[in-house]
Design a protein around this ligand. Structure first.
Ligand code: NAP
Length: 335
C-alpha cells in the first residue's frame, strides 16, 4: 500500500530542512545487483519514500539515477521533492569534488541534499572483499586529514553542489577532536543503530549537538556481506522480547524495529527489495506504547555488526581500535 508522502511525519534538521522520518537504504550488501536495488528505489518512490541513502561505493548510482530521471520525466516527483543523500568513498578523500560531481551526474540530480564523509579516514577496501583483506596504505584517524576532507565538503556547499554535510561512522573522541572546527555544521551523522546496538552515548551526544542521528542497519541487516558476519553476532529480530511485541501487533519484527527507531528520534534507512511498502507504513500506523519502548531500551547487547576489520591499519590490534572504546582516538598523532 502506498503512503501519501505528505503524511509521513517529518523531522527538522539544524539546517531548517524538514525531512521524512524514514528513508530507504540502497546498499545491495554484495548480494543484490544494481538493477534489483534500482527497481526497489523505483517502487519506493511510488510507495511514498522521498529520502534515499546512496553511496558512491555501493556501485549502483548510475542505475538509481536512471530511476530518478524517469520519475522526474514521468512527473511522479520533482527534484525538490526528493531528499538525496550520498557519500564520498574513502579512496576519494583528496578529490571530494570529483567524487561529488560523479555522484551528481550518475544520480542525475543536479545537486546533493546531504553529502556524507562515509568513513572518517581514507582507508578503503575493494568491493566484495573478504574479512581478512587489508589495505597496506590504511592509517589511523588524523584530525588534519579529516578536516581537510571536511573543508572540501564545505567548499561544495559554497559552490551549490551539495546543500548540507553529513558525517558517518564517527566516535565521541573523534567528534570531540573536530566539533569546534566546522565552519558549516554537519546536519546529520550516520551510524549503526538497531535494537541490540543502541549506541546511547553517541546518540545522546549527537542530539545534544543538534546533529541528526541517521540509523543504518535498522533491522540488524540479516543479509549483510559475509565479511560482516561473526558467529557471536546476535540476530536482533529473533530476540524473544522483541518477537513478542511483533506478535502482539501481528507484524514482522522489522516493523517494530523501525517504529522504535522513529519514536526514539533517529531516522532509520532500511534496505528492502520485498518489504519496502510495509516499512514505510510503519511510519504512519499505531505507535509503540511507552512500556514497549522501555522494554526495547533494555535489549541493548553491544551487538556491533559492522566491525570494520577491512579498514584496519598496519599495527592496529584488532577492530576495536576503530571505535575508540577507551575514550581516546586510537593511534592518532594529532588530536
Ligand atoms: N554509513 C554507513 O557506513 C552504512 C553502513 C551500512 C549500511 N548503510 C546504509 O543503511 C542501509 C540499511 O542497512 P542494511 O541494508 O545493511 O540493513 P537493514 O536495513 O537493517 O536490513 C536489510 C534487510 O532486512 C530485510 N527486511 C527489510 N524490511 C523487512 C521487513 N519488513 N520484513 C522482513 N525483512 C525485512 C531485507 O530483506 P528484503 O529485501 O527481503 O525485504 C534486507 O535483507 C543500507 O542499505 C545503506 O544505505 C550505511
Amino acid at each position: 500500500m502506498a503512503v501519501e508522502a505528505s503524511k509521513v511525519p517529518q523531522i527538522t534538521l539544524n539546517t531548517g530542512d524538514k525531512v521524512p522520518c524514514i528513508g530507504m537504504g540502497t546498499f545491495g550488501s554484495d548480494r543484490f545487483d544494481a538493477k534489483q536495488v534500482s527497481e526497489a528505489v523505483a517502487g519506493g518512490i511510488r510507495a511514498g519514500y522521498r529520502m534515499f541513502d546512496c553511496a558512491a561505493c555501493y556501485g549502483n548510482e548510475k542505475e538509481i539515477g536512471e530511476v530518478f530521471q524517469a520519475a522526474f520525466d514521468e512527473g511522479i516527483v520533482e527534484r525538490k521533492d526528493l531528499y538525496i543523500m550520498t557519500k564520498v568513498w574513502n579512496d576519494m578523500h583528496r578529490e571530494v569534488e570529483k567524487s561529488c560531481r560523479k555522484s551528481i551526474a550518475d544520480l542525475r540530480c543536479d545537486y546533493i541534499d546531504l553529502f556524507y564523509i562515509h568513513w572518517p579516514f581514507p582507508n578503503y577496501h575493494a568491493p566484495h572483499c573478504d574479512v581478512d583483506s587489508r589495505n597496506p596504505d590504511s592509517r589511523p584517524f588524523s584530525v588534519k586529514e579529516f578536516m581537510d576532507t571536511y573543508r572540501q565538503c564545505e567548499a561544495l556547499v559554497d559552490k551549490g553542489l551539495i546543500r548540507h554535510i553529513g558525517i558517518s561512522n564517527m566516535t565521541i573522541p573523534k567528534l570531540n577532536a573536530v566539533i569546534g572546527q566546522f565552519r558549516i555544521k554537519p546536519a546529520a551523522c550516520e551510524l549503526e543503530l538497531h535494537p541490540c546496538f543502541q549506541q546511547q552515548e553517541i546518540f545522546d551526544y549527537l542530539r545534544a549537538h543538534d546533529i541528526q542521528p541517521v540509523g543504518y542497519m535498522p533491522i540488524g541487516s540479516p543479509q549483510r556481506p559475509e565479511r560482516d558476519m561473526e558467529p557471536e553476532d546476535i540476530a536482533d529480530m529473533q530476540v524473544p522480547e522483541f518477537a513478542a511485541i511483533a506478535d502482539k501487533y501481528g507484524v514482522h519484527p522489522a516493523i517494530i524495529a523501525l517504529k522504535w527507531a522513529m519514536q526514539r528520534g533517529q531516522i532509520p534507512i532500511p534496505f528492502s527489495i520485498h518489504n519496502y511498502e510495509a516499512n514505510l507504513e510503519a511510519a504512519v500506523t499505531e505507535p509503540l506504547t511507552e512500556e514497549e519502548m522501555n522494554i526495547i531500551a533494555t535489549l541493548e547487547k553491544n551487538n556491533r555488526l559492522v566491525k570494520g576489520q577491512v579498514f584496519l591499519w598496519p599495527g592496529a590490534d584488532d577492530w576495536h581500535a576503530l571505535w575508540d572504546e577507551d575514550g581516546v582516538i586510537v593511534d592518532c598523532t594529532d588530536a
